[in-house]
Structure formats: C-alpha cells, structure tokens
Design a protein around this ligand. Sequence first.
Ligand SMILES: CC(C)(COP(=O)(O)OP(=O)(O)OC[C@H]1O[C@@H](n2cnc3c(N)ncnc32)[C@H](O)[C@@H]1OP(=O)(O)O)[C@@H](O)C(=O)NCCC(=O)NCCS
Length: 164
Amino acid sequence: MSLPHPRLRFAAPEDDEALAHLDRETWSTLHAVVPRARQPYPAFFNDRFGPRDHVVATLDDRIVGYVRLGRPTALAANAHVRQIQGLAVADGARGHGVGRLLVRTAIAEARRQGARRISLRVLGHNTPARRLYESEGFVVEGVLPEEFLLDGAYVDDVLMGQAL
Ligand SMILES: CC(C)(COP(=O)(O)OP(=O)(O)OC[C@H]1O[C@@H](n2cnc3c(N)ncnc32)[C@H](O)[C@@H]1OP(=O)(O)O)[C@@H](O)C(=O)NCCC(=O)NCCS
C-alpha cells in the first residue's frame, strides 16, 4: 500500500517533543552510537542544533521523519561543507520514499546554502541507510575500522560524501 505524499517543511520550536519522541522510537544500534534515552528525556533541540537545522516530513500533519543538516565543524576553513548529521523515518512510514525525499532535500538545501560538498557518517552495518545514500550519489571516502563497540560487536564508521 502506498502512503499519501509527505509534506516537507523546516522544523519549528513546537516540534521538539514530536522529534524527541521519533528519535526515541527509532533508536537502535543499527544507527545510534549513544545509549537509549532515559527519563527525564532530553530536549531534541539544543545550542548546536535548532529548528532551522532540520527538515521534517509530515503525513496528515504528523511528523514521520526528519533530516538534520549542519556543518562538520565551526571552522571558517570548513564552511564550504555541509553534513547530514541525523536522519530518521518512523517505522510505520518506512519503505515508501520518505527517507529518499529527506536526503534529496538535504542535498538541495546544502546547495542552496552555497556549499561545495556534502558529507555524512554511517555505521558499516547500516545497510538500509548505506543503500539509500549510495543511490543518491554519496560515495565511500573513508572507513574508520571498528570505531564503535555496540551490543558487544565492533562496528566501522563509514565516511561518505559528494561534490555539489
Ligand atoms: C534509513 C532510513 C532513513 C530509510 O528511510 P525510508 O523512508 O525507509 O527509505 P526509502 O523508502 O526512501 O528508501 C530509499 C532507499 O533506501 C534503501 N533501503 C531502505 N530500506 C532498506 C532496507 N530495509 N534494506 C535495504 N535497503 C533499504 C533502498 O535503496 C531504498 O530504495 P528502493 O526503495 O528503490 O529500494 C530508515 O530506515 C531509518 O530511519 N533508519 C533508522 C535511522 C537511520 O539509520 N538513519 C541513518 C543514520 S546515518
């Protein structure tokens, strides 16, 4: 069954709880390197990442996914690069193109901001995300072998990027 077309918009301050909830619901060691959140739950937005650093996908006004686009560092010498620093789609909305739409939007937004390159980091065992990124033009530019120990297994951190 196909989903209705998702709508895309920048996040707003009022989205904090819905986004924090989505992050908790989608948490897994397939993509997360931080432990599962515990109460009291932290806010989603913080000093580093505010609403305008996120594009959300909604279905019937409900947030079903988001992408976070930021700068890899605050250095002026690094200002021409943007990085996808978060991507998640609600379980029930997966497999219908929402993730692809969000990645495409992040690429377009990075280009609109004048960036020359876009990069990201993805865990080696995260096959769904790696397939998605590859099919949207990202290539593997480096691998940090066994960078994380998750659930008792060492996992590579894969660096991907593309020119804009
Ligand atoms: C990765 C994720 C965002 C994909 O979202 P989605 O909305 O299901 O993705 P789409 O429906 O747009 O699928 C796009 C492509 O991703 C790949 N993909 C998605 N799910 C897949 C799966 N289970 N296995 C293999 N490839 C998969 C396919 O290449 C797919 O293209 P296709 O439909 O033409 O085969 C989603 O699985 C998710 O939220 N995962 C947990 C969080 C995460 O891993 N984030 C990335 C952190 S780096």
